[in-house]
Design a protein around this ligand. Structure first.
Ligand SMILES: Cc1ncc(C[n+]2csc(CCOP(=O)(O)OP(=O)(O)O)c2C)c(N)n1
Ligand SMILES: [Mg+2]
Length: 381
């Protein structure tokens, strides 16, 4: 005898078509709350400008690595804005536990936009100060480069919130690649068993560095990995900032009101390189990237705002000039900091484990040479 024990389905949400035309079932608030729409668009625009700037700084040798965010601004602004909207309702801040590609969300959370951008540059420049949380979102975690590890940490923090009866949630972000790690699966498994207020957003940007989506998993969706853990899971168009806002807001309500975890797969595309150490032309076709440019989240939102007649080229030019000035100021603050604190690099080597690694001596020499070069630059100026 065989019977069907259970059936599952994965729902997918999209509100804005790529033309910027909304589907009929889009909630009214996504048309009427125009200031929020504009704010979302401005943040997406600013981080796109910052991405280009930090790539250029890295190429000039003035900044460290850049993990590109081009094409991924939609989901990041979508979930960050859902978090702050929900925070206004509950009167407490949620906890953001990102991986390393959430510049747009970090920009959103910080009231001081220059400081947010400066910290991103400091982080990739190797300064511990880049790990600090913004004053306006004080419990956030720093970026996590070790893939998937933040999911377990986020689960633990969410469990702590539950034990302490704090009415707020943890929002953890990881990539598609991270869903293949043990940490991801252990994290969501515990989240399901312990019923913690956790929202895990899987940003499916189609690649884990050079490994394409279909080489990572035979599962039809990444969202359904949540089924195995017994947690609510769904897919959302990650290039549709409004759909992401909606899905994450609902997940936050479930987390806070019912202490139920969620896994949300946000489907998007990484238009840029994985990081500045990567050359994507080695593993993907230009035609694929050109097709992805058609579904660019920034473009889609711009088309929507144009339809509502609340934005135009003139406003865009004024805003971009303002944003570029903020970015330049952030770069100056970052460079001033690095030049004024030449010990930052050398200090790294004062905190080694008991048995020094065999490359330590060479690395320290290189750090000191770099430090000396920086001092010379400063003296010349
Ligand atoms: C534990 C661990 N293993 C390997 C790496 C090397 N690594 C850096 S990024 C990356 C791919 C991650 O892809 P994904 O999770 O899809 O995130 P994305 O970079 O696409 O946002 C890997 C394997 C790492 N940082 N940490
Ligand atoms: Mg990925």
């Amino acid at each position: 005898m065989k019977t069907v024990v259970t059936r599952f389905k994965i729902l997918y949400t999209q509100f804005l078509m790529k033309s910027g035309i909304p589907h009929k079932d889009m909630p009214e608030e996504y048309v009427t709350k125009t200031e929020r729409l504009l704010c979302m668009y401005r943040h997406m625009r600013m981080i796109r400008l910052f991405d280009a700037k930090s790539l250029s700084l890295q190429r000039q040798g003035r900044a460290g690595t850049n993990a590109s965010t081009e094409g991924e601004e939609g989901y990041a602004v979508g979930y960050a804005s859902a978090m702050t909207d929900h925070e206004a309702v509950i009167g407490a801040t949620h906890i953001h536990v990102p991986h390393y590609r959430q510049n747009a969300a970090m920009l959103w959370f910080d009231k001081d936009k220059e400081a947010a951008l400066m910290r991103i540059l400091l982080y990739w420049g190797g300064s511990e100060l880049g790990n600090l949380a913004p004053e306006s979102h004080p419990d956030d975690h720093p970026m996590s480069v070790p893939i998937g590890t933040q999911v377990g940490l986020a689960q633990g923090r969410a469990f702590a919130l539950k034990v302490r009866k704090e009415r707020r949630a943890v929002v953890c972000i990881c990539g598609d690649g991270a869903t293949s790690t043990g940490d991801f699966n252990a994290g969501i498994n515990f989240a399901g068993v312990l019923k913690v207020p956790l929202v895990v957003i899987v940003t499916n940007n189609q690649y884990a560095i050079s490994v394409p989506r279909e080489r990572q998993s035979a599962a039809q969706t990444f969202a359904q990995k949540g089924i195995a853990a017994g947690v609510h899971c769904e897919q959302v168009d990650g290039n549709d900032v409004l759909a992401v806002h909606y899905a994450v807001y609902q997940a936050l309500k479930r987390a806070v009101d019912e202490s139920l975890p969620s896994v949300i797969e946000a489907i998007t595309y990484r238009l840029g390189a994985h990081t500045t150490a990567d050359d994507p032309t080695k593993y993907r076709d230009d035609t694929e990237v050109a097709a992805a440019r058609e579904i660019d989240p920034l473009l889609r939102m711009r088309r929507f705002l144009d339809r509502l007649k609340i934005w135009d080229d003139e406003k865009e030019a004024v805003y971009c000039a303002w944003a570029e000035a903020r970015i330049e100021a952030a770069v100056k603050r970052y460079e001033d900091h690095v030049l004024r604190n030449p010990l930052t690099l050398a200090q790294v080597y004062e905190h080694q484990v008991a048995v020094p690694h065999y490359t330590l001596k060479r690395e320290r020499e290189l750090a000191l040479a770099y430090q000396k070069a920086l001092v010379q630059v400063e003296t010349k100026e």
